[in-house]
Write a protein that binds this ligand. Structure first.
Ligand SMILES: Nc1ncnc2c1ncn2[C@@H]1O[C@H](COP(=O)(O)OP(=O)(O)OP(=O)(O)O)[C@@H](O)[C@H]1O
Ligand SMILES: [Mg+2]
Length: 230
């Protein structure tokens, strides 16, 4: 399966603030991300990594230039179209936003239920399977309060992946993880790329996983200054 690139950005500019305070955060970004690849975005704090990730992930309005995600131009898309599109995406952010009143397994189930009702038994099985892959088989029924930071992070990863998204956006998904579990997570993203054509764009400073990337893009002051595989 080839097809159009899942993510294309052209002449993308982005600004924060209004009037005198208006500041340009992203300058003329042009990127084409190939299907099934694992791309790492790196760069100093404030260089625009999260801004780029959220623009590509339709979590932020495109102001100037163009982003096409899974063949859909994001600029000018209706909210209904964006909702449809977001269902095909997985998000892993550092503030993992687990529901504190739900167990690990119930939190992962939430990742399926935004997609509508389905076979409950199948869903439970999928959630348990994903938690098992992430080494949390014995933590299914724990509440977040009783999990470590790294375990919570892995629950958030399971929640993002359980629905089999076409594109995954991750912002420092391994920051709270030790070397071993960080690699488990990124290896999983890499394998999903190879087996299902899942495309991942991930922000990280984590030197321990750089070797897994197909492509490393470095941003500085809102511009691409290095790209290992343009
Ligand atoms: N909501 C906002 N309002 C105003 N300025 C913002 C906002 N969000 C980001 N910025 C500015 O845009 C620039 C890029 O921010 P961004 O969050 O994308 O950086 P980053 O590379 O993700 O940094 P970090 O590694 O610290 O997470 C920074 O100068 C930041 O101050
Ligand atoms: Mg950031």
């Amino acid at each position: 399966m080839g097809g159009a690139a899942p993510i294309v950005a052209q002449g993308l500019n982005h600004y924060f603030g209004l009037g005198e305070a208006r500041k340009q955060a992203i300058w003329d970004l042009n990127l084409t991300i190939k299907r099934g690849t694992l791309t790492i975005l790196m760069g100093p704090s404030g260089s625009g990594k999260t801004t780029v990730l959220t623009l590509m992930g339709c979590l932020r309005d495109v102001q100037e230039g163009r982003v096409d995600l899974l063949g859909h131009p994001l600029r000018g898309a209706t909210e209904a179209e964006l909702v449809q599109l977001r269902r095909r995406l997985g998000f892993i952010f550092q503030a993992h936003n687990l529901h504190e009143s739900l167990t690990a397994a119930q939190n992962v189930l939430m990742g399926l239920q935004v997609h509508g009702a389905g076979d409950a038994v199948k869903q439970r099985h999928a959630a348990a399977h994903m938690l098992g892959l992430l080494g949390l088989a014995d933590r299914m029924d724990y509440l977040p309060a009783n999990l470590s930071g790294g375990q919570k992070q892995r629950v958030a990863v399971a929640r993002a992946l359980v629905s089999n998204p076409e594109v995954i956006f991750a912002d420092e998904p391994t920051a709270a993880l030790d070397k071993e579990s960080g690699r488990v997570v990124v290896d999983m993203l890499k394998t999903l790329g190879q087996t299902r054509g899942t495309t991942t764009v991930m922000v990280t400073h984590d030197n321990r996983i750089m070797d897994l990337a197909d492509r490393i893009i470095t941003l500085e002051e809102g511009r691409v200054v290095k790209d290992t595989n343009p």
